[in-house]
Design a protein around this ligand. Structure first.
Ligand code: NDP
Ligand code: MG
Length: 373
């Protein structure tokens, strides 16, 4: 007897972006997945295409479309559709809020928005546990570790590409312009994460993401450069075995895995041995001062308030840089000053409302520093 396959329903939050459109692409191949709703900011053209091509019933956005039914907000979208899977792919603090809402209405969170774990990790995990929601990471390094994971772990390693600045002479980095920084060597991603790759704030976020997802202390999470981005993650087991996860840098692969887990159903390009570059290099700590600073801080201060401040101020500084208002090197100063100001306040984060409050406060502080830059 042939097994009946049931169609899985999916809502994509941030559907018109890099992760969002690649998710649509994957679903076209997987077939028995149905996109029942999307949210996006203002990219009408791409949204229209997704809605008409995939026959999507509902959307949430700042703008109006002549197709599909517009709903008031993420909460209403998810309440109406209660999808099997939510793909969370809105960047920044908006993405944190959307992720927390998603946990109330689905059984699987396919998580791209790492900011949710950076700003609210313990709350996200507690809510997921309480409501029995699986969190499957989409971030390539975390998808790798998730696939290799077993309890007998000694330590893990995640890789970094080094972003657009990795081969630029040090004295020239500070004055690089947005077009220079947006030229990522191995991945094609949204604006914020591409700038965050150049400062390696993204990799710091990923260390925190791994710390939260796999419950490992910071000392057990190593970061090395792999220039080709073919190696995504390595797990070192206590019995001496080392497992390496490698493959072409293509986000559709981890997206598909998060949708189909525990099965593998997606078909993609399989790399040839000649394409492999498995060499790892140390991260040049001086080239990425913000990464170095944040990582040191995390080792001695494992609490949320400054992580929220780091995300908020980085979000503001990166936007100002992309708008041409500040230089690349100013990002570091604005972020550091904001983090230090919030650290000095010694605030504890006991409930989810505190996360929202600190985010708002950190934004005000960062904007003040921005004015004087
Ligand atoms: P993009 O900038 O490419 O896309 C962002 C998406 O979010 C767009 O659809 C945008 O809509 C939408 N959006 C923005 N604000 C809102 C809002 N208030 N409400 C609803 N939708 C909104 O980002 P990426 O896809 O690159 O990144 C998404 C997340 O995934 C980030 O957290 C990033 O760190 C993470 N990630 C991304 C990877 C990648 O390869 N891109 C890899 C690993 C993690 P619109 O454009 O229509 O305004
Ligand atoms: Mg990543």
């Amino acid at each position: 007897m042939e097994e009946k396959t049931s169609v899985k329903t999916v809502v994509i939050l941030g559907a018109t972006g890099s992760i969002g459109t690649q998710t649509v692409n994957v679903i076209k191949q997987l077939k028995d997945y149905k996109i029942v709703g999307i949210s996006f900011g203002s990219n009408r053209e791409v949204a229209r295409e997704i809605i008409s091509e995939m026959n999507v019933a509902y959307y949430v956005s700042n703008v109006e479309l002549e197709i599909g039914t517009k709903l008031a907000d993420t909460e209403e979208l998810l309440k109406r559709t209660t999808p099997d899977i939510v793909v969370s792919a809105i960047p920044g603090f908006e993405g944190v809020k959307a992720t927390l809402t998603a946990l109330k209405y689905t059984k699987r969170l396919a998580l791209a928005t790492k900011e949710a774990l950076v700003c609210a990790g313990p709350f996200v995990k507690a809510l997921a546990k309480e409501r029995n929601v699986e969190i499957i990471p989409i971030d390539s390094e975390h998808s790798a570790i998730f696939q290799l994971y077993e309890p007998h772990i000694e330590r893990i390693l995640i890789t970094a590409s080094g972003g657009a600045v990795r081969d630029i002479p040090m004295e020239k980095i500070g004055d690089l312009t947005p077009p220079d920084i947006l030229k990522h060597p191995t991945w094609n991603m949204g604006g914020r994460i591409t700038v965050d790759s150049a400062t390696m704030v993204n990799k710091f976020f990923e260390v925190v993401e791994a710390h939260e997802l796999f419950d490992l202390p910071y000392e057990k999470i190593d970061v090395r450069l792999n220039r080709s981005s073919f190696i995504h993650g390595i797990v070192f087991l206590k019995d001496g075995v080392i497992k390496i996860h490698a493959g072409k840098p293509d986000m559709r692969i981890p997206i598909a895995y998060a949708l189909t887990y525990p099965e593998r159903r997606y078909e993609s390009y399989v790399a040839k041995v000649e394409e492999f570059d498995l060499s790892l290099q140390d991260v040049d700590r001086e080239r990425y001062p913000l990464f170095t600073y944040a990582l040191e801080l995390a080792k001695d201060n494992d609490y949320l308030s400054w992580r929220i401040a780091l995300n908020a101020s980085d979000e503001i500084a990166v936007k100002s840089f992309l708008d041409g208002r500040i230089r690349f090197k100013d990002i570091e100063e604005i972020v550091r000053k904001t983090v230090e100001a919030v650290l000095d306040m010694n605030i504890s984060v006991d409930k989810i409302e505190d996360v929202y409050e600190i985010d708002e406060m950190a934004r005000k502080i960062a904007k003040n520093f921005l004015k004087n830059t």
